[in-house]
Design a binder for this molecule. Structure first.
Ligand SMILES: [Zn+2]
Length: 168
């Protein structure tokens, strides 16, 4: 049996969170025993293969395990060998990053395509349409709103952030 690495411990923590105790136990078995088949796991836990498959399905759905598959040329019997997906954190970070970039892009478009008004006291900042609804007065202190000149700075800033993150 192998010692559980720090990365695998993190993987197990995620498994516990996403697939409960069953997923944790099965993943722990796979980590400790190396590549394992459904049959091996079901024997080890003394549960039916379909129960194990259900748990593995949950692990796979959450990207926590990967498989290698072999087909017996005589019987066409397919065997799946499961192993921990140690790229989990890599893809997870990529995913997070793409979500963040998406958010910045949306903000950038929003800033670029709208005209903003601000209260001289900095209580609020609103788009032209909303400011018009309030007769271009601050909803908090009633002062007349001004065109937000800092907008271009914000647009430029977001543009820089985007060009930098997309280069990486
Ligand atoms: Zn105000």
């Amino acid at each position: 049996m192998k010692k559980i690495s720090e990365l695998d411990q993190d993987l197990l923590a995620i498994a516990y969170k996403l697939t409960k105790r069953e997923g944790y136990a099965v993943l722990e078995y796979i980590i400790k025993n190396g590549e394992s088949t459904d049959e091996e796991i079901s024997k080890a836990f003394r549960v039916k293969p379909n129960v194990v498959r259900q748990i593995i399905y949950e692990l796979e759905k959450n990207n926590l395990v990967k498989f290698r598959k072999t087909v017996d040329p005589k019987t066409n019997w397919v065997t799946f060998y499961w192993k921990p997906n140690r790229e989990f954190f890599k893809t997870h970070i990529e995913y997070k990053r793409s979500k963040i970039i998406e958010k910045i892009k949306r903000r950038y478009e929003y800033e670029k395509n709208n005209m903003f008004f601000v209260c001289p006291q900095r209580c609020i900042r609103m788009t032209f349409d909303i400011a018009a609804q309030y007769d271009f007065r601050c909803t908090k202190c009633n002062q007349v709103l001004e065109v937000d000149e800092s907008k271009n700075k914000m647009v430029k800033f977001l543009e820089d952030v985007l060009s930098k993150t997309l280069q990486k």
